[in-house]
Design a binder for this molecule. Structure first.
Ligand code: VAH
Length: 325
């Protein structure tokens, strides 16, 4: 049975990835790695082992990998696109110095490694429509620079040392458990919270701005399915384009209004977020993922909207009830 370490287990993806992995592999086989100040709580803490894992501390990573006899590492530690622009040195330190530590430990202890890339790894010169798997990657954000380097360094460790590295280029991820922190696509999460709270939504992204997006259950399935895929089928490794839906702000707004007709949205464009969004693809070609490891998303915009509104109503109602007690 696999023993898995999730680094960044209290983040937007890491928190749900840890629970999904525990569901599939058994609670005791999945360790939630977190940094001081971002401690796990609730079911994430109660359902299985957790340990302090600072991705910038190689000795710390090695100790945890040895203690729990780890076979697979999901390295989710990163600063997202907007916050990385304000803290570029920290973004590199966490994203790349941290990755180097993970890869060196993985090399020594024969662990497989998943370190996500992103649509942020593409830049203005990349073809925006049906962005190819293999194409120009000249991002002008520090987030993008760290993601292209992540892809190159992960492939290097596979070809040079045989470390089993695999990853996907995540689109914007939409979820209802742990809010995202400092990304360009966060608007597509925030809009649902505004809708359920009955508040007017102030959209920071311009009308007509297409970006690849994905519902969290599909994102989790992509990561785990790739890590479980037959290595003999893989032509690519770092990183696979994966796509499920592409929409602009007015489209997700319309989807929500079908269920909440009084919901209002206005635009107040954030210049930095808009510049980053404009440099990213409109929609990716994910045929390699479909051919090499049977990638196939389940959610559409409409089914995601229905599920998000149900889950957020329940979450916010529970929160309100607890606060009134
Ligand atoms: C961001 N949510 O906006 C992240 C993600 C593809 C977008 O990398 O930075």
């Amino acid at each position: 049975m696999k023993n898995v370490l999730v680094i960044g287990a209290t983040g937007q993806i890491g928190s749900e990835l840890t629970m999904e992995l525990r569901e599939r592999y058994g609670n005791e086989h999945v360790v939630a790695g977190y940094i001081h100040g971002a401690d796990p709580h609730g079911e994430l803490k109660e359902s299985g082992p957790s340990a302090v894992v600072d991705v910038t501390d190689a000795i710390n990573i090695e100790c945890v990998v040895k203690k729990y006899n780890i076979d697979a590492i999901y390295n989710m530690a990163a600063l997202l696109s907007v916050v990385a622009e304000s803290k570029p040195i920290l973004a590199w330190k966490v994203g790349i110095d941290g990755l180097w530590n993970v890869l060196e430990v993985a090399r020594a202890y024969h662990c497989s490694v998943f370190t996500p890339s992103s649509i942020g790894s593409f830049g203005p010169e990349t073809p925006h429509l049906l962005t190819p798997q293999d194409t120009t990657q000249r991002p002008r954000t520090m987030y993008g620079v760290t993601k292209v380097t992540t892809e190159l360094l992960s492939d290097y460790y596979y070809h040079k040392y045989g470390v089993d590295t695999r990853s996907v280029r995540f689109p914007g991820i939409i979820s209802n458990v742990t809010p995202p922190g400092g990304g360009t696509t966060d608007y597509a999460v925030d809009i649902y919270y505004s809708a359920v709270k009955g508040e007017k939504f102030i959209c920071p992204i311009k009308k007509g701005t297409l970006m690849d997006m994905m519902y969290m259950p599909d994102a989790l399935n992509a990561a785990i399915s790739l890590m479980e895929a037959d290595p003999k089928r893989l032509i690519h490794r770092n990183s696979f384009n994966i796509a499920s839906m592409s929409f602009a702000p007015e489209t997700i707004y319309t989807s929500i209004r079908k269920q909440l007709p009084d919901f209002e949205m206005v635009y107040d464009v954030d210049p930095l977020k808009q510049a980053i969004a404009d440099s990213w693809p409109d929609c990716m070609d994910d045929s390699c993922a479909r051919n090499e490891w049977d990638w196939n998303p389940s959610y559409s915009l409409e089914s995601m909207t229905s599920d998000m509104l149900i889950k957020l109503r329940k979450k916010l109602l529970t929160k309100a009830t607890l606060m009134s007690d």
